[in-house]
Design a protein around this ligand. Structure first.
Ligand SMILES: [Zn+2]
Length: 161
């Protein structure tokens, strides 16, 4: 399987016993995303996802996907992580890094890019957020939030929160 996308880079990495070795990989954030994936609730798709976001404060927040028998009610890992970050940091929240780790039920090495909605969610809290995403082969794919969603929705009337 080969995945191509515009605007980003793909950096092959080799797993080590404690994680991944390429210097550009944010190993701490990756480890948090992978741990979050373990608590995924995905009984319907068996597509487990963990996300970790680092705020400008340096703190890391995690989330996982939570499915529901009423399918549209399911939530993404990134949404959970961003909500946790907002609860903790309030109006000071600025995202600087995001890591997403996914495990497909059929054991394919599927790196999981944030979905369209989550791309918009990430951009809400940072225009130049570094986003790294991984599948079970531990290859690191890196792109910025702006490159993930070049024509994002925005308007000027955002009130201070
Ligand atoms: Zn999403």
């Amino acid at each position: 399987m080969s995945i191509r996308f515009r605007g980003g880079t793909t950096v092959p990495t080799k797993p080590k016993k404690t994680g991944i070795s390429t210097p550009t990989v944010d190993s701490e954030l990756f480890d948090c995303a992978k741990r979050a994936c373990k608590n995924s609730y995905a009984p319907y798709s068996r597509f487990r996802v963990g996300a970790a976001v680092r705020a400008a404060s340096g703190k890391i927040y995690t989330g996982t996907n939570v499915e529901n028998i009423a399918y549209p009610l399911g939530t993404c890992a990134e949404a959970g992580a961003i909500a946790a970050a907002r609860v903790a940091e309030g109006g000071n929240l600025v995202l600087v890094d995001v890591a997403v780790y996914a495990e497909a039920g059929d054991a394919q090495h599927v790196p999981c890019t944030p979905c369209g909605g989550c791309r918009q969610r990430i951009l809400e809290f940072g225009k130049n957020v570094r986003v790294q995403f991984f599948g079970t082969d531990l290859c690191c794919h890196e792109v910025t939030s702006g490159d993930l969603l070049p024509f994002s929705f925005e308007f000027d009337s955002k009130a201070e929160q």
